[in-house]
Design a protein around this ligand. Structure first.
Ligand code: GLA
Length: 388
């Protein structure tokens, strides 16, 4: 990471002809459990991972914003006066969307200075590890400091979500940005998405001799279109048919009544969210009382619920999960929004290389392209790496 911080600073200098004011970073995330519960005001338990997005930023003396990144050839330039969701397109909508959204949360966009930004990242794109939240959170902490806004990390998470929802156009919840901003080394972020109260829960993986393997299937997904928005709409329809503000207000005991009120598909969507909320609560409690070795069945049950009730898995994810489960993993599930992306497996460290071999074998047997499989550790959320 230390090399990359200087690389980002040097590239900034080559591109913009001066030193950056500083370098900030924010991590991607893995969701341990709690899928499609965030926008239902429920519970999630993600952790920030040791793959980060770095942002070098320098304030300007005029009112121009310029953004460049390792993943695009062009430098996008806009006057701060023109910052509006309709004017933002492509990858630049993430960093510039954050600048716009800060204006919605107290920044006076008519008074703040312009800026130059250069972005680089080790969070894989399209793997369901929240590369977009990592960009948003890194830019949010950088501008928060350079513009002297003094907004709390929890507010910056809402800023990132606003950028994603309005500037990018993806109707996502608050989980990814919260994990990226609030994450702690070796810990999960247990978040109540209604109150936005967060509790840091130690994961204790290393002490238990466990690791988390990410199996990135390479099947691509986008949440700006299609299935994600459809699932969200089903949840809202279910809540309204049940006469509650959100599915957070429905408990496992209410499901029998829900079955009589809802059509079969909506019922299954609702059952996923309601049981998943309970599984997040159970996982948080189990981690505190018995440690990570005891959460395997909860992870497995979460995957079954997403596969059968919420129907957001794909065959490659199911294969990754089943192969993990039958080759020594304590538990496994797809993670993130679904329709592609990655699965995670909680596995005893000494079995991890055997598991990788088994997964590659199963994928080639099925004629699927080989997944990218790697270990992640729980890392700190966004912070300044270098400078001011
Ligand atoms: C994506 C969204 C999150 C969340 C998950 C599903 O990652 O960005 O807000 O809804 O999907 O749990």
């Amino acid at each position: 990471m230390s090399d990359m911080r200087h690389d980002v600073q040097n590239t900034f200098e080559e591109l913009f002809g001066r030193r950056a004011d500083g370098v900030w970073s924010a991590p991607g995330r893995v969701n341990l459990i709690g899928e499609h519960t965030d926008y239902n005001q429920g519970f999630v338990l993600p952790f920030a991972i040791n793959r980060r997005t770095l942002v070098a930023l320098g304030a300007r003396t005029d009112r121009v914003a310029r953004v460049a990144s390792e993943f695009a050839d062009e430098v996008v330039e806009i006057d701060l006066a023109d910052l509006a969701p309709d004017n933002l397109h492509g990858w630049a909508a993430y960093p510039l969307g954050v600048a716009w959204a800060l204006g919605q949360f107290g920044a006076d966009l008519a008074a703040v200075p312009g800026f130059d930004i250069y972005i680089d990242s080790t969070v894989p794109v399209g793997a369901g590890l929240s590369s977009s939240a990592a960009i948003e959170s890194a830019v949010a902490v950088a501008l928060n400091e350079v513009w002297r806004l003094d907004l709390a990390p929890r507010t910056l998470a809402t800023v990132g979500q606003r950028a994603e929802n309005v500037a990018v156009g993806a109707p996502t919840g608050i989980m990814d940005q919260s994990a990226s901003l609030l994450g702690r080394r070796d810990s999960g972020v247990f978040l109540d998405c209604r109150s936005l109260e967060a509790e840091i829960i130690p994961l204790g993986l290393e002490a238990a001799g466990l690791e988390i393997l990410v199996i990135d299937t390479g099947v691509s997904h986008t949440h700006a279109t299609g299935g994600y928005a459809e699932r969200r709409a089903s949840c809202e329809a279910g809540a309204s048919a049940l006469g509650v503000e959100s599915l957070r207000d429905v408990t496992v005991d209410d499901l029998d009544r829900a079955r009589n009120v809802l059509d079969d598909e909506t019922f299954r969507r609702v059952r996923h969210v309601v049981t998943e909320n309970q599984r997040v609560l159970d996982t948080a409690r189990t981690l505190r009382e018995h440690g990570p070795t005891a959460i395997g069945e909860l992870l497995d049950a979460s995957h079954r619920s997403m596969r059968d009730d919420f129907e957001i898995s794909v065959p490659e994810l199911d294969l990754a999960v089943e192969t993990a489960q039958t080759n020594g993993a304590i538990g496994a599930r797809m993670t993130g929004g679904g329709f592609g992306g990655a699965a995670i497996a909680l596995v005893p460290s000494e079995l991890s290389s055997r598991l990788r071999v088994a997964i590659d074998g199963a994928f080639s047997e099925h004629g699927y392209s080989l997944p990218d499989t790697f270990t992640v550790t729980a890392a700190d959320g966004a912070f300044r790496e270098l400078g001011l």
